[in-house]
Design a protein around this ligand. Structure first.
Ligand code: TYD
Length: 210
């Protein structure tokens, strides 16, 4: 497959969608063919699974069921959207991927890594991103920026302790995957962050130099 695969990670409200939009505009201006997609979702079946996972009414969902649904949405999304785009030689920008499962279901929910690796083995073996960028903002600050919790979103409602564990798990993953999982300092304006991201991707040869 000739395309490149870039994933974006971060806590709720870290600004992933804004940064992905700014990068997409930058790529468009320069004629770089790309696809912007997200997890869970990015296709008809995966979007249907997303509605089940995030439904605020499903408070009885077990942690294992949650992890399996994310993994199921991921496999379908790879088949429907990511693989065809990579085969066409396009750049794929994906909002969340495998490290979300490690951080949220592993760090947040406390599920063992071995279980998460087993249910995500297809993605791990065939579709690891060329790089995953971590938009680094502590969850309390990010929730402030987005003006609080969305009560209808099951994951956002999981509590402060949960989101602190997710952030800590991301920090540990940065150490575990040097060069593959890379932090972006988001303390500046959104345009400063966007320029940093473009420069990082250019340096790695993932997008053409400006
Ligand atoms: P979304 O609305 O996309 O959140 P955000 O805007 O913060 O990206 O919802 C995705 C939610 O799913 C988010 O809370 C993170 C969570 N998630 C997991 O827990 N595990 C996963 O593997 C993935 C992909 C997402």
């Amino acid at each position: 497959m000739s395309g490149k695969f870039i994933a974006f990670e971060g806590c709720e409200g870290a600004g992933k969608s804004t940064q992905m939009r700014l990068l997409s505009e930058y790529l468009q201006k320069r004629g770089v063919s790309h696809v912007v997609t997200r997890e869970p979702g990015g296709g008809e079946i995966s979007e249907a699974i997303r509605k089940v996972i995030l439904n605020g009414k499903f408070t009885a969902m077990t942690d294992e069921c949650e992890a399996l649904l994310y993994a199921a949405a991921r496999v379908q999304h790879l088949a429907d959207t990511v693989a065809p785009a990579l085969e066409r030689g396009q750049l794929v920008l994906c909002d969340r991927y495998i490290f979300s499962s490690y951080a949220y279901q592993g760090g947040g929910r406390g599920l063992p890594r071995a279980f998460l690796e087993a249910i995500n083995s297809y993605a791990l073996e065939h579709f690891m991103p060329d790089v995953t960028l971590f938009l680094d903002i502590p969850p309390a600050l990010a929730f402030d920026r987005k003006h609080g919790v969305d009560e209808s979103d099951r994951m956002e409602c999981a509590g402060e302790g949960f989101h602190a564990r997710v952030y800590a798990a991301y920090k540990a993953l940065l150490k575990e995957y040097p060069g593959k999982f890379v932090a972006v300092d988001c303390s500046g304006t959104k345009f400063e962050t966007s320029a940093k991201i473009a420069a990082m991707l250019e340096e790695r040869g993932l997008i053409p130099r400006g």
